[in-house]
Design a protein around this ligand. Sequence first.
Ligand SMILES: Cc1cc2nc3c(=O)[nH]c(=O)nc-3n(C[C@H](O)[C@H](O)[C@H](O)COP(=O)(O)O)c2cc1C
Length: 331
Amino acid sequence: MVDLSTEYLGITLRNPIVVGSSGLTNSLKQIKAFENAGAGAVVLKSIFEEEIYFEQEDIIREAEADGVNLDQFDYYDFHLKGQKLERYIELIKASKKAVDIPVIASINCVYSHEWRAFAGQIEAAGADALELNMFFLPSEFSRSAREQEATYFDIIDRILSTVSIPVALKISYYFSNLGPMIQRLSRTGVAGLVLFNRFFSPDIDIDTFKVKPSFVFSTPAELAVSLRWIAIMAQKVDCDLAASTGVHDGPALIKQLLAGAKAVQTVSSLYQKGPEHIGTMIDELKTWMQKHAFRSLTDFQGKMSQEAASNPAVYERVQFMRYFGGDKDVT
Ligand SMILES: Cc1cc2nc3c(=O)[nH]c(=O)nc-3n(C[C@H](O)[C@H](O)[C@H](O)COP(=O)(O)O)c2cc1C
């Protein structure tokens, strides 16, 4: 028998497979299906601060048009009556009743004045942890990298002073100085960092001359970026690391654990293959552990991180210097 349990965000998961935030985790039925299929935890679809904000604006506009005196409402109480948030809170409560696996809520922080109230509501609803989905596309030319980065620290600070459940931060790799930035973020008091989110991207239709969505789902080849950075950062951070993007099968899961991930999120593979695919990944992990005589994840977690690897420099290599030049040995 092998022990697949792992500690992530101070919570014991029965195994390291976490269903990542997506439309898949937006309903109780699906969340139950993921528990039955063997998931270690689920991250709910993000509640988008922006959506709530705009909904709130609509409610205020309508109320004003109806001659309602808004002064009689406490701003946040009124705000939180927004239906989207109410539905979200109901989903957390219902999931906590229906499943035994940890339920991690997710909020998308955009405007730094809105999220605090959401976070408090989410904690009160019983979420086991909170994942902050934070990303500002670095295309605002009037905003410096320093200002952009400061927003992350500001929001984290305020969230951490609002809730006492563990907080994870899910980030992108669009930072000017990624390694040191990840390290600084890990020292803020967050319990975990999720490397990395994958975003909606535009594509161009060359016949209609319209912009259309690019590929929604990742491919297995996309594992490479997060694998490198989990390996580089595993022993340089003061919090847990979870891997995200490109995990489509058991071998990818094993690689991320070897690199140093405490938990591994998957989304595209479950959209494409259904919840039962979790069982296949677990079987692949178990078979591999038995083959290598590992009894628990701690026997091999981080064994191939940059610091533990026999050739740490390989994680720093970025140029295809010799590849296809007759010498294919890239290690
Ligand atoms: C349809 C879809 C919806 C998603 N919605 C969210 C979301 O609400 N919040 C979030 O943090 N990530 C969201 N993601 C990103 C995923 O959680 C994940 O980070 C990304 O898909 C990469 O993982 P994968 O390669 O396993 O798909 C979404 C992804 C997809 C495909």
